[in-house]
Write a protein that binds this ligand. Structure first.
Ligand code: ADP
Ligand code: MG
Length: 238
C-alpha cells in the first residue's frame, strides 16, 4: 500500500516561506493532481515527497512509514520531469535501463523490464535511437519508461506535458490515464493546466501561495468551489 500522507508540512528557503502548512492524504492507487498558478509551490511540494528537498517541519509518510530519514532512491517513488533529462549520448534502451543499471540490477532483469515498458509505451521501434532523433512526445515516453522500469509504488509527474504541442498533449493525457489504469500505482501529477486536472484526476488539490485552497473530485470542485479563487481557477461560474 502506498498512501502518501502529509501533516503540517512546511518549507522555508531562507526567510522565504514557500509551503505554509499542508495536510493531505493521497490514497493508494489514486490519481491526484496538484494545480495552481506558477510559483505557488507545486514543484516544491512534489520534490519534498520525492526526497529531493527536505521538509522544514511537519510529517511526511509514504506507505505508512515516516520519510524523514529515507533517501530519494529508497522511497519507492519515481519522478518524471518537465525537461525529460535524457542522456543524449545513450540510446533509448540505455536511457530506460540506466537507473536500474546504476542500482546494480542484473542485465536479465533490465532487459525484461525495458521490453515490458517499451511495449506499454509503443517504443519498440525506437529502442536503438538517440534522444536527438526523437520527437517531443517520444522523448516524453522515454522519460516515463525510465520511471516505469523501477516499478515504483508512487509516480510523481512535474508538468510532463507542458513542452508538447496542444494536439499531442491531448493524446498523452489519454495515454497517461490508460497507464494509471494498467499499473494501478499511486500518481501525483503537477500541472498549471485546468483542463488536464479536470480530465485526469480522481482528486484535485488546488494550491495558492503555498497553501491548499481546496481538495476534491473534479465534479466537487466544479460544482462547489469554496471560494472565488478556486472557482476562477477551475473555470466554473460562481
Ligand atoms: P510552482 O512549481 O508552483 O511554479 P515552485 O515550487 O517551483 O512553484 O516555487 C515556489 C516558490 O519557491 C517560488 O517563489 C520559487 O521562487 C521558490 N523557490 C523554489 N525553489 C527554490 C530554491 N531552491 N531556493 C529559493 N527559492 C525557491
Ligand atoms: Mg513547478
Amino acid at each position: 500500500m502506498a498512501d502518501v500522507s502529509l501533516r503540517g508540512v512546511k518549507k522555508q528557503f531562507g526567510s522565504l516561506s514557500v509551503i505554509k502548512g499542508v495536510d493531505l492524504d493521497v490514497k493508494d492507487g489514486e490519481f491526484c493532481v496538484f494545480v495552481g498558478p506558477s510559483g505557488c509551490g507545486k514543484s516544491t511540494l512534489l520534490r519534498m515527497i520525492a526526497g529531493l528537498e527536505d521538509i522544514s517541519s511537519g510529517e511526511l509518510k509514504i506507505g505508512g512509514a515516516d520519510m524523514t530519514k529515507v533517501g530519494p532512491s529508497e522511497r519507492g517513488v519515481a519522478m518524471v520531469f518537465q525537461s525529460y533529462a535524457l542522456y543524449p549520448h545513450m540510446t533509448v534502451k540505455e536511457n530506460i535501463g540506466f537507473g536500474l543499471k546504476m542500482t546494480g540490477h542484473s542485465k536479465a532483469l533490465i532487459e525484461e523490464r525495458t521490453a515490458k515498458a517499451a511495449k506499454m509505451l509503443q517504443l519498440n521501434a525506437l529502442l536503438e535511437r538517440k534522444p536527438g532523433q526523437l520527437s517531443g512526445g517520444q522523448r516524453q515516453r522515454v522519460a516515463i519508461g525510465r520511471a516505469i522500469v523501477r516499478e515504483p509504488e508512487v509516480f510523481l509527474f512535474d508538468e510532463p506535458l507542458s513542452n508538447l504541442d496542444a494536439a499531442l498533449r491531448v493524446q498523452m493525457r489519454t495515454e497517461l490515464s490508460g497507464l494509471h489504469q494498467d499499473l494501478k500505482a499511486t500518481m501525483i501529477y503537477v500541472t498549471h493546466d485546468q483542463v488536464e486536472a479536470m480530465t485526469m484526476a480522481d482528486k484535485i488539490v488546488v494550491l495558492s501561495a503555498g497553501q491548499i485552497e481546496q481538495v476534491g473530485s473534479p465534479l466537487e470542485l466544479y460544482h462547489r468551489p469554496r471560494n472565488l479563487f478556486v472557482a476562477g481557477f477551475i473555470g466554473s461560474p460562481k
